[in-house]
Design a protein around this ligand. Structure first.
Ligand code: SF4
Length: 419
């Protein structure tokens, strides 16, 4: 196992969140009259069909988006994605950003450092000022207590705050309003894209609405796997993201963007750029996704990033973000294997997965992550990239027919391995 274990305090907070989440999700499904397995199957079929037709859906989507006035770029890797963003941001300095897992793929030291980049998601903003990495895709600052956050705010902004979530949220809201009003570019992700050219972004805080509408330029970064056939399918994904992500019936806000802001209020002459973004850019990134498709890991592209699998992962509950890479958990490790390197998958604790199946049972799109993890380990074995312990076990199996080595009848083996 690489990296440190979570503190007992963080483990206790995580466990409390999981217990509350379970109950909320159950109630949300009940309220919506949705049967757990039926809804999962429906979602699985939507994503399965979309990914099996992804090339033609992508072509259709790009053409429809362009027709609507959205600039569409395709980036084969993070380097290309960074170059596109840097070009779009030329001459501009003030950028606001909302939560985006795909942007996390692109981000690295030195990228956009000549700009003032402000996180507008409360959890991400807290992580930014604390100099911490996010610890959960939906609840990035879950590992931090209100006391720790209030202390940092005092240090950084010289403001005495009561260490209560509502006081912190209110302080950050006022602080961010100023940044948002001066921003020139807004960067966000996308939750779903339809083949007829609509981009869906969901949120609770209202910050994404501002990021996508206040600045003149909106840049959306997304993996191409977000494309689905139609709005009906996209809205099912939005609903599932809310139920499985936070146990809500539906997100507080859903933006459906189909082009730059426009008006024809004066003499019916179309003017681009009324109150929303004048320029909308979509960057569709590959970064290993085509490799996943080619190597038979297409199920990983069904992921809607709800984070439910992490809530139930026994390994994540012990080592937190040490279990994963740019994305957390088993999904993150498998993705790292194909978007970064196999070595990265090993360093992200690929061999710590227990194959308990809790992620699979709790995934709204029924991704069999343990099975994909086993498959990935096969690749690592071929590349001779197992851990030392793993190599020892393999040797023992070859030599003694069991992973423990030489055993004596009636005695417990000297070493009971753990990766
Ligand atoms: S693998 Fe499934 S449960 Fe995990 S984030 Fe993706 S969709 Fe959600």
């Amino acid at each position: 196992m690489k990296g440190e274990f979570l503190s007992e305090k963080t483990k206790a907070v995580l466990w409390k969140v999981v217990l509350e989440y379970r109950e909320k999700r159950k109630m949300a499904l009940l309220r919506n009259n949705l049967e757990y397995e039926n809804f999962r199957e429906e979602l699985y079929q939507i994503k399965k069909k979309a990914i099996s037709e992804i090339e033609s859906l992508k072509k259709k989507a790009i053409s429809a988006l362009k027709e609507n006035g959205i600039n569409v770029f395709e980036a084969k890797d993070v380097k290309e994605a960074r170059e596109i963003i840097e070009k779009l941001a030329e001459g501009k300095t003030k950028i606001i950003k909302s939560k985006s897992n795909v942007f996390n793929e692109i981000e690295e030291e030195g990228f956009l450092t000549d700009k003032e980049l402000t996180e507008t998601d409360l959890g991400d903003f807290i992580c930014q000022i604390m100099g911490e990495k996010e610890s959960h895709p939906v609840l990035p600052a879950i590992h931090l207590t209100p006391e720790e956050i209030a202390k940092k705010i005092k240090e950084k902004f010289n403001v005495d705050l009561e260490s209560k979530p509502e006081k912190i949220a209110n302080f950050v809201r006022n602080l961010l309003r100023e940044k948002i009003s001066q921003s020139e570019i807004g960067i966000s992700g996308a939750n779903a894209i339809t083949s007829d050219g609509k981009i869906l972004i969901l949120e609770n805080e209202g910050n994404i609405s501002l990021v996508s509408k206040w600045p003149q330029t909106h840049i959306i970064v997304s993996g191409f796997e977000k494309i689905v056939e139609n709005l009906e399918s996209a809205l099912k994904i939005v609903k599932a993201s809310a139920i499985w992500g936070t146990g809500q019936d539906f997100p507080v806000y859903v933006s459906i963007i189909s082009g730059p802001s426009k008006t024809a209020d004066i003499q019916n002459q179309v003017v681009i750029g009324a109150q929303g973004a004048r320029e909308v850019n979509l960057i569709l990134i590959d970064n290993g996704r085509t490799k996943l498709l080619k190597e038979g890991f297409e199920e990983l592209l069904y992921c809607i990033n709800c984070g439910a699998c992490l809530n139930f992962c026994p390994v994540f509950h012990q080592i937190g973000r040490n279990y994963g890479s740019k994305y957390l958990g088993s999904k993150g490790i498998i993705f790292a294997g194909f978007s970064e390197s196999f070595k990265k998958a090993v360093d992200s604790n690929c061999f710590s997965c227990t194959s308990c199946m809790a992620c699979y049972q709790n995934c709204p799109v029924k991704i069999n992550l343990p099975e994909l993890m086993k498959k990935l380990r096969g690749y690592l074995e071929k590349e001779n990239l197992q851990t030392g312990v793993n190599k020892e076990m393999i040797e023992n199996i070859r030599e003694f027919g069991n992973p423990f080595g030489k055993t004596e009848e009636g005695k417990i083996p000297k070493r009971l391995y753990c990766c």
